[in-house]
Design a protein around this ligand. Structure first.
Ligand code: GLN
Length: 545
């Protein structure tokens, strides 16, 4: 019988529920259990694909082309649980499906209501993952307990033990135990209130994971246990980690979480294997190199907008025993201040994906700076498109070359709409999405990094390199190192006579793990380390921004 773990959050948002759920998944997997992970999001958008990164952070893309919540990135970085469309549902999707059933007449004349129809639909998407080959399904409920919109999800998981047996369900609630400076004390009351709210809707949590800045005293643990009605050992402390998020699973193990879960769910589990994880933390703590990478984007101030990019850089750092200082550079600041002032001294420059015209010229200027100064450059999606625009304008000599995304009537549309996109008007879920194969040309940087001829990477774009310009670009020293198998789409560009200049139309950052860095990120960071070792200590004046 598949067991279910439900993870809820209380007190405040941004407690790291995704990271904690991913850590739980990882610990169970490393005890030999087959785990599936899932996030249920209470917002009405069908998926986060149409939301601004300011609202939602990064949109995380899966192999099957689904555009999902960024917590799924944590799941993939921490576990090997296969993720699909069934791993992320929103209120919008649940209602869409119920309304379609209603239109097909499937409710046989009944009034369609939140309870039971919406809650039944929610239970069915949870149970969908509980197949014979799965030991544990971990379902994270987005939002904070007490939000109006999460109520149907909480009601659905309240009902789950009725259906699958109380012994097969475990409720884990993540809360905050804040430290009040004025009183010089940790406060347990917000946790008591949030558990009180959960109990009001009929859920008694089995385990409380308490996020805190300081260690929770035995007295406070006893208080939480007594008032929240959980055994003392089920009050798990999760202290803030200022060093690395990859410490979280170890701290949960030290607080006995994996044993507790295994015991409460009566799982047949092996002993925990964490050697590689200890090794990665050891590498993080003992770097042999230090480099600085500038990530030039429109959402520099928003930590979650380029989440997987920052993580992938860290993975490559772990791989090469290097500490990476990331400078989050606003592309509009490059426009205002000039690339010299914003970028001189960095050992590598990365331009990530994006949409819309704001900040484009700053990205183009930054790429020109990297190309002309021989600074390792890595372009991703819009980053590749900007590299093509830059090359067109300053090397090929096509003045004002642009992408038709930003300049419909440009004289030189070096980036244009994909053919399949021309008739599309619907915005949601209609880009070129998900895993697509590409062939690599031998003797290129890309082939050297991947050590392969054929690769598969995830995509999310509407625009592409305009094939009418291929010959002209090649004649000026651009290599098309990767193309779709029928050669119709450019997937990777490189330039000759540069230490490391590579840009891709896809999103390699969605396939990097802390214990196995993505080959392109590893290659890029290697090039930045080499540049640093030639140039000597950091040249970034005040340290990266
Ligand atoms: N806006 C560009 C396109 O649609 C790039 C997309 C991206 O960077 N993900 O093709």
């Amino acid at each position: 019988m598949t067991k279910h773990i439900f993870v809820t959050g209380g007190v405040v948002s941004s407690l790291g529920k995704g990271l904690t759920s991913a850590s739980i998944g990882m610990l169970l997997e490393r005890r030999g259990l087959r785990v599936r992970m899932q996030k249920l999001d209470p917002y009405i958008n069908v998926d986060p694909g149409t939301m601004s990164p300011y609202q939602h952070g990064e949109v995380y893309v899966l192999d099957d082309g689904s555009e999902t919540d960024l917590d799924l990135g944590h799941y993939e970085r921490f576990t090997n649980s296969p993720l699909t469309r069934d791993s992320n549902y929103t209120t919008g999707q649940i209602y869409q499906s119920v309304i379609e059933k209603e239109r097909r007449g499937e409710f046989l004349g009944k009034t369609v209501q939140v309870i039971p129809h919406i809650t039944d639909e929610i239970k069915s998407v949870i149970r969908k993952l509980a197949t014979d080959s799965v030991d544990v399904v971990i379902t994270e409920i987005g939002g904070t307990v007490g939000d109006i919109e999460s109520l149907p999800f909480l009601e659905a998981i309240r009902q789950m033990p009725q259906e699958v047996g109380h012994e097969n369900c475990l409720f884990i609630h993540l809360t905050l135990v804040p430290y009040l400076k004025a009183a010089a004390e940790l406060k347990t009351k917000p946790t008591q209130h949030s558990v009180g709210q959960l109990r009001q809707i009929g859920i008694q949590p089995d385990i409380l994971i308490c996020r805190t800045e300081r260690s929770i005293s035995m007295d406070d643990r006893q208080k939480i246990a007594l008032f929240c009605n959980v055994p003392l050992q089920a009050v798990i402390e999760e202290k803030d980690k200022d060093f690395s998020i990859y410490e979280v699973p170890l701290s949960l193990v030290n607080n006995g979480l994996d044993d507790l879960i295994v015991k409460r769910l009566q799982l047949r589990a092996d002993t925990l294997l964490l050697n590689d994880w200890h090794d990665l933390l050891h590498r993080l703590r003992n770097p042999q190199h230090e480099i600085s990478i500038a990530v030039v984007g429109k959402y520099a101030e928003h930590r979650d907008a380029y989440k997987s990019i920052y993580e992938s850089l860290d993975h490559a750092g772990i791989h090469h025993h290097a500490q990476i200082r990331i400078g989050r550079i606003h592309s509009e600041a490059v426009e205002r201040e000039g690339p010299e002032r914003m970028l001189a001294g960095y050992d590598g420059l990365l331009v990530p994906g994006g949409f819309g015209e704001r900040g484009i010229e700053g990205k183009v200027e930054a790429i020109r700076f990297a190309r002309e100064r021989g600074i390792p450059f890595f372009g991703i999606c819009l980053g590749m498109q900007c590299a093509v625009i830059e090359f067109a304008r300053h090397v090929v000599g096509l003045e004002n070359a642009h992408s038709t995304e930003f300049s419909k009537d440009t004289q030189h549309p070096v980036i244009c709409l994909l053919d399949d996109q021309k008739m599309i008007t619907y915005k949601g879920g209609t880009m070129r999405l998900g895993a697509q194969p590409a062939n690599l040309q031998s003797g290129t940087l890309a082939a050297d990094c991947y050590q392969a001829d054929v690769i598969s990477e995830r995509h999310r774009h509407r625009f592409e390199f305009n094939n009418a310009y291929r010959q002209q670009f090649e004649a000026h020293g651009m290599r098309f190192a990767g193309t779709s198998p029928d050669h119709s789409l450019v997937e990777i560009v490189e330039i000759e006579n540069h230490p490391w200049f590579l840009a891709v139309q896809f999103h390699p950052e969605f396939k990097s793990q802390p214990t196995s860095a993505h080959p392109l990120f590893a290659g890029f960071v290697r090039a930045a380390i080499d540049r640093r070792s030639v140039r000597g200590p950091s040249l970034v004046a005040d340290g990266p921004h």
